[in-house]
Design a protein around this ligand. Structure first.
Ligand code: NAD
Length: 256
């Protein structure tokens, strides 16, 4: 299957490691020109060394001036065809403990600034009559994860925005979708398992084994498995998939 990604221009946010890095690599391997954005350019330069199609760009999503500067530089060159909205997750905590200031800070970095960036990049996509917008959220938007109130709440706003936008631009050849990782084996997941082991005074291997046992596939997903689905959604082949939430979770969400 030819994904027809050769020559497409893709922006991948939060691309210094983990899912963002895997998606940027996958799109570049399929022939797209990838603008890989993160707070720290050096980290991208590290994994992208020797990859002609990957251009590291600096952008801290919590800083609106940096978000606007990124939009300006991309638009000066015609904009992008594909946007992958990704970034860091907020700290854990209960809904009762979450403070107003935390909601505002994390909503800005994880939602408002991303909505703003997409709004700025959309007119160029509409002019070309082709575009793909894919937002990485979490299985928590479908089945809220205990002690992750900020993540569950803010990512649900991203889903509402995505669906509303999908309906607005479907006639312009632009698809807008959300992907929901369950447990994909990135450095962050190792860090979370290590934190859980410390909190419960357990062995980290036991914590990871218990976590894997809750997943019907009995294992964590590989970042490449996740990135393959995103690359498909970003491709010409996925032209009739829009306004959807796609689970990539090895069956972890039990409902249908
Ligand atoms: P990660 O923490 O390894 O990667 C997050 C990326 O976002 C990094 O490149 C980081 O530098 C970047 N980032 C953080 N804050 C940023 C900011 N202010 N501006 C720009 N970039 C910023 O996480 P991951 O495992 O790759 O997951 C990606 C996203 O998906 C995260 O939001 C995570 O919470 C979410 N998620 C992941 C899983 C999973 O199984 N890996 C599950 C559910 C949700």
């Amino acid at each position: 299957m030819d994904l027809e990604l050769t020559g497409k221009r893709a922006l991948v946010l939060g691309a210094s490691r983990g899912l963002g890095m895997a998606i940027a690599s996958s799109l570049a391997a399929e022939g797209a020109t990838v603008f890989a954005a993160a707070r720290n350019r050096d980290k991208i330069e590290g994994w992208a060394a020797g990859m002609d199609h990957v251009h590291p760009v600096e952008c801290d999503l919590s800083q609106i001036a940096q978000v606007d500067a990124l939009a300006d530089s991309l638009l000066a060159d015609g904009g992008v065809d594909i946007i992958v909205n990704n970034g860091g997750g907020p700290p854990p905590g209960t809904a009762q403990a979450a403070e107003r200031a935390q909601w505002l800070t994390h909503f800005e970095a994880m939602a408002a600034n991303i909505f703003h960036l997409n709004t700025r990049l959309l007119p160029a996509m509409k002019e070309r009559g082709w575009g793909r917008i894919i937002s990485i959220t979490s299985s928590g938007v479908e089945q809220p994860i205990p002690n992750l109130a900020l993540s569950n709440g803010i990512r649900s706003a991203v889903v509402g925005w995505s669906k509303t936008l999908a309906n607005e631009v479907a006639g312009d050849g632009i698809t807008v979708n959300v992907v929901m990782p369950g447990r994909i084996h990135t450095q962050r997941v190792d860090e979370l398992d290590a934190a859980a082991a410390k909190r419960t005074d357990s062995d980290v291997a036991d914590v990871a084994a218990r976590s894997r046992a809750t997943i019907p596939a009995s294992r964590y997903g590989k970042p490449e498995e996740f990135a393959d689905v995103v690359s498909f959604l970003a491709s010409a082949r996925a032209s009739y998939v829009t306004g959807s939430r796609i689970r990539i979770d090895g069956g972890a969400i039990r409902g249908i």
